[in-house]
Write a protein that binds this ligand. Structure first.
Ligand code: GDP
Ligand code: IMO
Ligand code: MG
Length: 423
């Protein structure tokens, strides 16, 4: 069997959580491979809304195994809060959630360092989620990290050494902080975590594949936030792209099957950094209002703009996307005209490839298509799609060279339409 990967093609918040939940019945296992509680994956069904940060979005569909892979960074305090809330709402997870021993722990001092580094950057700050993501991955790469498996071996000493090193850095930055409450909650989180299955997830996943079981990998963030290929330095600190599933779970590249690339019918970004198609007018405000574009973790207003096909083409290429999924189509239901950026104008010249730097001087060149002016939120099948909406889909497919297999017309699990396939 192969591993299928579902990942965001834009700047995150494309709707990954919703679609993983929808696709889970087709799989035996769902696994997260990177990121941490910077993610906020929203699911809605039966009138309830859930936001997941570290727990995979396959947790609600029967007794599927859900794995937090080695590429993930885990904050025990936030994990405890998330897990307890799920259990309290009638969704047991202890038996079906497995956590890689190789996943790195986000320490309380990592969160403080995140805030200190942002403060030191001043106007150049990244606008991180403040969850300690960057400092934790930095420690991982510099071989100073503390892992989930360390909880069982010599933990006090490893935690103490990392904390002391962080406190030295904070002192050198003259950064004032109070660790007491954070550390208390964190230690409670460590105790809570001990009830879960700590696993060698690379063995587990490969054994599942050998036994003919199917695995869906759930990406966090989006390709434009990837540490290598995103709009650096305004990115997160992990590989959000398809290759991240190989390193973040221990699956070989030739084990990758379908790559589901997910995007919004328009585009959003939260935090700082370049965004060529960003709108600062009423149209952008309308997208924000109709799309409820406020961060599910930080509550921050998301910046909105038209779809950027130059960036999307790049994402499709980097990830080897085999199937596209378009989200939030309904948000554009009332627009007279839909715009799509098909090229950038840089120094007076039109380019259709994603350049090294998009920080300045990138002007979007738009194609315009007629809006569909129809309420799509109750539609059940593609037979109901208005002509103009079909024209938008066809236009995007031609531009991106990959078929759009799923269209989402609302936040609920049921508001999802699979398109006919001819395979
Ligand atoms: P993720 O991080 O990629 O899982 O996405 P988020 O959960 O952060 O953000 C997506 C938001 O859009 C959530 O509030 C979802 O409930 C909502 N959503 C998902 N799909 C649709 C859709 O098709 N239409 C509308 N209107 N909202 C959607
Ligand atoms: P999901 O999985 C949107 C952004 C932050 C910031 C940058 C770095 O819900 O799509 P970090 O805390 O990772 O160091 O922040 O990345 N960011 C996200 N934006 N969705 C996310 O996750 C994000 N996770 C991080 O806003 O600009
Ligand atoms: Mg999100």
């Amino acid at each position: 069997m192969k591993v299928d990967v579902l990942l965001g093609l834009q700047w995150g918040d494309e709707g990954k959580g919703k679609v993983v939940d929808v696709l889970t019945p087709k799989y035996d296992v769902v696994a997260r491979f990177q990121g941490g509680p910077n993610a906020g994956h929203t699911l809605e069904f039966e009138g309830q809304k859930y936001v997941l940060r570290s727990i995979p979005s396959g947790i609600f569909q029967g007794d599927k195994v859900n794995i937090i892979g080695n590429g993930v960074v885990l904050d025990p305090a936030l994990f405890k809060a998330e897990a307890e809330a799920l259990e309290a709402s009638g969704h047991p997870l202890k038996e079906r959630l497995h956590i890689s021993k190789k996943a790195h722990l986000i320490l309380p001092t990592h969160r403080i360092l995140d805030a200190a580094y942002e403060a030191a950057k001043g106007d150049a700050k990244v606008g991180t989620t403040g969850k300690g993501i960057g400092p934790t991955y930095t420690d991982k790469v510099s071989r100073n990290g503390v892992r989930v498996g360390d909880i069982l071996h010599n933990f006090e000493q490893k935690y103490g050494a990392a904390k002391a090193r962080h406190e030295q850095i904070l002192k050198s930055l003259n950064y004032e902080y109070d660790l007491t409450e954070l550390e208390k909650a964190w230690m409670e989180g460590i105790e809570y975590l001990k009830q879960f299955h700590f696993v060698d997830s690379e063995h587990e996943v490969n054994n599942y594949l050998k036994d003919g079981k199917s695995v869906l990998c759930e990406g966090a963030q989006g390709t434009m936030l990837d540490i290598d290929f995103g709009s650096y330095p305004f990115v997160t600190s992990s590989n959000t792209v398809c290759a991240g599933a190989c390193t973040g779970l221990g699956v070989a590249p030739n084990c990758i099957g379908e790559v589901f690339g997910i995007f919004k019918a328009y585009c959003t970004r939260v935090g700082a950094g370049p965004f060529p198609t960003e709108l600062f007018d009423e149209t952008g405000d309308k997208m924000c209002t109709l799309g409820h574009e406020f961060g599910s973790v930080t509550g921050r207003k998301r910046r909105c703009g038209w779809i950027d096909l130059v960036a999307l083409k790049y994402s499709v290429m980097i990830n080897g996307v085999t199937k596209l999924i378009m989200m939030k189509s309904d948000v554009l239901d009332t627009f007279d005209t839909i715009k799509a950026c098909v090229a950038y104008k840089v120094d007076g010249e039109e380019i259709d490839y994603f350049p090294y730097d998009i920080t300045e001087g990138v002007e979007p060149v738009y194609a315009e298509l007629p809006g569909w002016k129809t309420d799509m939120t109750k539609m059940q099948s593609e037979d109901e799609f208005p002509e103009e909406f079909n024209a938008y889909l066809t236009f995007l497919e031609e531009q991106l060279g990959v078929e759009i297999k799923i269209v989402s017309v609302g936040p609920d699990r049921a508001q999802t339409i699979e398109r006919y396939t001819e395979e």
